[in-house]
Design a protein around this ligand. Structure first.
Ligand code: SF4
Length: 470
């Protein structure tokens, strides 16, 4: 799918005008937030999130060494490790593996990294049909849409919309809005595909350096099917998913599931430690791990932006974001929408392309409050806003490119006026006299807001008057 964050402003206007979309998101986000609240009390969240933040920061502080250790341990377990600096390299590696086993079909478990690299389209163009097996991903793939949420890809769709989709796209399926029946239909389609797929593709939630173990969290069992039934399993993940020890996983897992879906634990937790061994009855003959950089090293090199790599992709920040809950995920035009998307997309796509995303926030702080690894999202948004307007070279491609001469001139004039009290008083006096013109001034800013009218008398003027009263 093509990523188009440049169209964010238009796309968000469009989303706001869609009453059905707003209703779907409002209901879904309220549901998820209530579920999370029921399983996480403040005291436990506070101590566990401090622990998880410390784990992620420790692991990130030794990221290069841990990645090397992960590679060594995985290889010792029989897992073939591949490094990809860019999405193009990752796609080439995966396509070469598929070519090597003459694959024409692949089943895929839920993986945002494969969305990030556009794997389905790439493999499809090379004659490998890539079928999504997570129910939400299956639905959006059928609708030719990207996921709108990193945990629940089809959350923007109502039961009626899914019923219509199944009825129109799947042969012999009657229209029904019964959710269990719809899930049953989807599963029966997928089950046949699992049996015949040549390759299974999955993401990774945690890659344990000490043991060379790939941990995969899922609810539907499709992840286990993808990683055990086809003869070849390819796991694709970002380099930030490495953790040092196996004992790092339980606290992270505990907060991941509760923050994401309000579940105390997921239905399936897979620990993959290599291909099928002699005497074992199932499992793939080959396991590959593709480790993707795609801008993560740039973030790693910057002490403040490195915090973005702490993310465990739970989606809680999205569920609590007043912007995301109103416009949904597609408007962002990026693989990762919502608050987390606003701070990682600039690494992936460059700051020029994502210029409007950091500004789409009220900086209310809800995202930081619910983040299980305490990423200071509002501070990072402010940093990105400042970097975008700065003339200096930043760590991201495109930094500085958004400085508008007009805007820079307005702010420079404002700063100069503030340093010259006589000019400032004159300007505020003029603004007060012209206040009746404000409602008619043309400005896109007024589309969703009421323009504040300058006071008839400035605060300074009133203060002076009050002071001079006997
Ligand atoms: S930033 Fe925090 S809350 Fe948002 S997805 Fe990542 S871990 Fe979850």
């Amino acid at each position: 799918m093509q990523q188009q964050p440049q169209l964010f402003k238009d796309a968000s206007q469009h989303a706001l005008a869609d009453a059905t979309l707003r209703t779907n998101f409002r209901g879904a986000m309220d549901f998820l937030r209530n579920k999370r609240e029921r399983v996480l009390d403040d005291a436990e969240f506070s101590s566990l999130s401090a622990q998880c933040e410390a784990i992620k920061q420790r692991c990130l502080s030794q990221l290069p060494a841990l990645l090397e250790q992960l590679e060594t341990r995985c290889q010792a377990n029989g897992i073939q490790v591949h490094w990809a600096e860019t999405p193009a390299q990752a796609n080439e590696i995966i396509a070469a593996i598929a070519d090597g086993c003459n694959a024409t079909s692949a089943v895929k478990g839920k993986s945002m990294v494969t969305e990030e690299i556009g794997l389905n389209d790439y493999l499809g163009a090379r004659g490998v049909e890539c079928l999504e097996s997570d129910m939400g991903e299956f639905i959006v793939q059928m609708a030719h849409e990207p996921p709108s949420h990193i945990i629940m890809p089809a959350i923007h769709k109502s039961a009626a919309q899914i019923a219509r989709l199944f009825h129109e796209q799947l042969e012999g399926v009657d229209y029904t809005e019964d959710v269990d029946t719809l899930i049953g239909i989807g599963r029966s389609v997928l089950r046949g595909k699992f049996r015949h797929a040549h390759v299974g593709i999955s993401g990774v939630n945690f890659a344990v350096a000490e043991t060379g173990t790939l941990c995969l969290v899922e609810n539907e069992g499709n992840g286990r099917m993808c990683t055990t039934v086809p003869p070849v399993h390819i796991a694709v993940t970002g380099i930030e998913k490495v953790v040092q020890w196996l004992q790092d996983v339980p606290p992270l897992l505990s907060l991941l599931t509760r923050s994401a879906t309000g579940q105390p634990i997921t239905t399936y937790f897979n620990m993959i430690s290599g291909p099928r061994r002699p005497g074992e009855k199932d499992g793939p003959e080959q396991v590959h791990l593709v480790l993707l950089d795609n801008g993560r090293s740039n973030a790693f090199a910057d002490e403040q932006l490195r915090k973005t790599l702490q993310c465990i992709r739970c989606g809680a920040c999205m569920n609590h974001c007043p912007v995301y809950t109103r416009i949904g995920g597609h408007a962002y035009g990026t693989t990762y929408p919502g608050p987390i998307g606003k701070i990682i997309s600039p690494h992936l796509l460059g700051l020029d392309a994502t210029r409007d995303l950091p500004t789409a926030s009220s900086l209310c702080g809800a995202c930081e409050e619910v983040c299980p690894v305490r990423i200071p999202i509002p501070q990072l948004l402010q940093r990105l806003r400042a970097e975008y307007r700065s003339d200096e070279e930043g760590v991201m491609s495109g930094a500085g490119g958004g400085r508008s001469i007009l805007e820079a001139g307005v702010w420079a004039g404002w700063a100069w006026a503030c340093e010259h009290p006589g000019v400032y008083r004159l300007l505020t006096w003029i603004a007060g006299r012209m206040r009746s013109l404000v409602p008619w001034l043309p400005s896109a800013w007024k589309n969703g807001r009421t323009m504040p009218v300058p006071a008839a008398r400035s605060f300074h003027h009133r203060y002076q008057q009050r002071k001079s009263r006997p």
